[in-house]
Design a protein around this ligand. Structure first.
Ligand code: SF4
Length: 81
């Protein structure tokens, strides 16, 4: 919910992305994009109190954690994925 996360179109749940606002996610390539296969996800396997799912650190959001099933408009294909 940080202003930076909102500006980059980050969603905890990639299935909830507003495709009108963030058309990249609606493309054929976009359909497979998740934080879990993004190069910028540094460290997964974390949990967040009161939230379900698996979380990790993202290089562009150092202040918080992102959900592995999340997405943002800065997604970059993970090398080797
Ligand atoms: Fe997720 Fe990658 Fe965006 Fe970080 S840069 S929030 S890991 S899609």
């Amino acid at each position: 919910s940080s202003p930076q996360a909102q500006a980059l179109g980050y969603y905890h749940d990639a299935t909830k992305v507003d495709l009108v606002k963030w058309p990249r996610k609606g493309t054929e390539e976009g359909k497979t994009q998740l934080c879990s296969n993004c190069q910028l996800l540094l460290n997964r396997g974390k949990s967040v109190p009161g939230m379900s799912g698996e979380w990790g650190q993202c290089a562009i959001f150092p202040a918080g954690l992102v959900n592995v099933n999340g997405w943002c408009n800065s997604w970059v294909l993970k090398q080797g994925a």
